[in-house]
Design a protein around this ligand. Structure first.
Ligand SMILES: Cc1cc2nc3c(=O)[nH]c(=O)nc-3n(C[C@H](O)[C@H](O)[C@H](O)COP(=O)(O)O)c2cc1C
Ligand SMILES: [Fe+2]
Ligand SMILES: [Fe+2]
Length: 395
């Protein structure tokens, strides 16, 4: 991929990673990703904002063969998918200096052994760097998604370089997002897994950006937002909006007894005008679960008893929920057992750290009988009342 021009003085460099299927050994990438790097050609100085994942270093280094000099490498985030190729760029441009936040300098020295600390200059929040006719202002945007993350704002062009903030794992040669719903879906998936657990910080950073006129957002993953409102309003909704009239049911069932309970509850909820999203944990991936957690008001965990415990797939889903910290105020459990209901107590213990209002658990010995179905109807009615109180039911 050759460098692509964004404006007269700014090029998009970096790599499109079509083949990558997982990130951080955790996050499924259904659509690959990109590592964006930006070249800013000022009248006096040239700056490169972020680099690429080391595995794709050859793409960036190839692009840079057309660039005679780089004066500044701006590193907005220490994670290796952006910082990992800094050592190679420095090798090629030994007079270049790295500009980064104070916290990030220490992290870069930890993560990229061999860097020369004297080649790294730290900037304060709000500090500016002149490239001649272009000026970058550094804006500390901590915890999107690491403690050191910052953004850079190009004053003359009203362009925000936001690194992972507003990023989307989407391998595409499309340079601008426009108002493409596919980009939005991809961005929501990214937000769900990377930003959602940190949304209090995201909210503060969104507020901080309000005082800037922004005509374009250039993230480090996925397309560029040429209509910033498109992504800013979506973020505002995900971060600050209320949950929806949705019950999420992550479930596992070995012999379909718990599945019958899920189906019955689902139908009872639908009768009451409540949307239900069941996820078979044998197949559902983390991205689907985390995305649903943005909107769900109630989470119903569903699992049979296995060796006195919930099925490990459900235990895993509870761990994920603890990490993601969804907004959903309500949580419940349903499930089938063979000879002893030992799971309810364990679920109660495992779910306590999630700090949710716990709804009555419904368990059934074997296949759900009429008594169990009545309890599921009662649960559906209670959820209806809770959603009504919450104000998420359609008026
Ligand atoms: C591997 C395995 C371990 C089980 N361990 C327990 C147990 O410790 N306690 C219990 O009450 N039932 C146990 N059961 C029985 C199941 O909980 C029971 O069959 C339940 O109805 C299965 O629900 P399902 O059809 O949703 O999988 C076990 C079943 C299997 C297959
Ligand atoms: Fe990152
Ligand atoms: Fe990243």
């Amino acid at each position: 991929m050759n460098p692509r021009q964004i404006t007269n003085q700014i090029d998009l460099l970096g790599a499109i990673d079509w083949d990558r299927t997982v990130f951080d050994s955790l996050i499924p990438l259904p659509d690959g990703t990109t590592y964006n790097s930006y070249l800013l050609k000022g009248s006096e100085k040239t700056a490169l904002i972020d680099t690429v994942e080391p595995g794709k270093a050859y793409v960036l280094m190839n692009q840079l063969t057309q660039v005679p000099e780089i004066d500044y490498i701006i590193s907005l985030h220490a994670e290796q998918d952006h910082s990992g190729t800094i050592p190679l760029v420095l090798e090629q441009y030994p007079n270049a200096v790295v500009y980064t936040s104070q916290k990030e300098k220490l992290m870069l020295l930890d993560l990229l052994p061999g860097l020369n600390p004297d080649q790294i200059i730290t900037v304060e929040d709000g500090e500016q760097l002149s490239l001649g006719d272009l000026t970058l202002k550094f804006i500390y945007t901590p915890w999107v998604h690491w403690p050191e993350t910052m953004s850079a704002y190009l004053i003359e062009e009203n362009i925000l370089f936001s690194c992972d903030f507003f990023g989307a794992h989407l391998a595409t040669s499309k340079m601008f997002a426009d108002e493409d719903p596919l980009v939005l879906a991809s961005n929501k998936l990214y937000y769900a897994q990377i930003m959602q657990p940190l949304r209090k910080f995201v909210s503060k950073n969104l507020e901080k950006l309000e005082r800037y006129d922004i005509d374009m957002i250039c993230p480090s993953h996925g397309p560029i937002y040429n209509i910033p409102e498109f992504i800013l309003s979506a973020y505002d909704e995900w971060v600050n909006g209320t949950t929806k009239n949705v019950v999420m049911i992550p479930y596992v069932s070995m012999h379909n007894s718990t599945l019958r309970m899920v189906e019955y509850l689902m139908s009872s909820l639908c009768d009451r005008g409540i949307m239900v999203q069941p996820y078979n944990l044998e197949a559902a991936d983390i991205g689907q679960l985390a995305t649903c957690m943005i909107d769900a008001s109630t989470i119903i965990l569903a699992s049979p008893t296995l060796l006195g415990n919930p099925h490990p797939l459900l235990a895993n889903a509870i761990s994920l929920t603890a990490l993601v910290k969804p907004k959903a105020p309500f949580l419940g459990y349903i499930g089938s057992y063979g000879w002893g209901d030992t799971v309810s107590k364990k679920i109660a213990q495992m779910a306590a750290p999630l700090k949710k209002e716990v709804l009555p658990f419904v368990t059934a010995k074997g296949y759900p009988n009429e008594a169990a179905k009545q309890k599921l109807d009662d649960l559906a009615q209670l959820i209806f009342e809770k959603h009504t109180e919450l104000g998420v039911l359609p008026k």
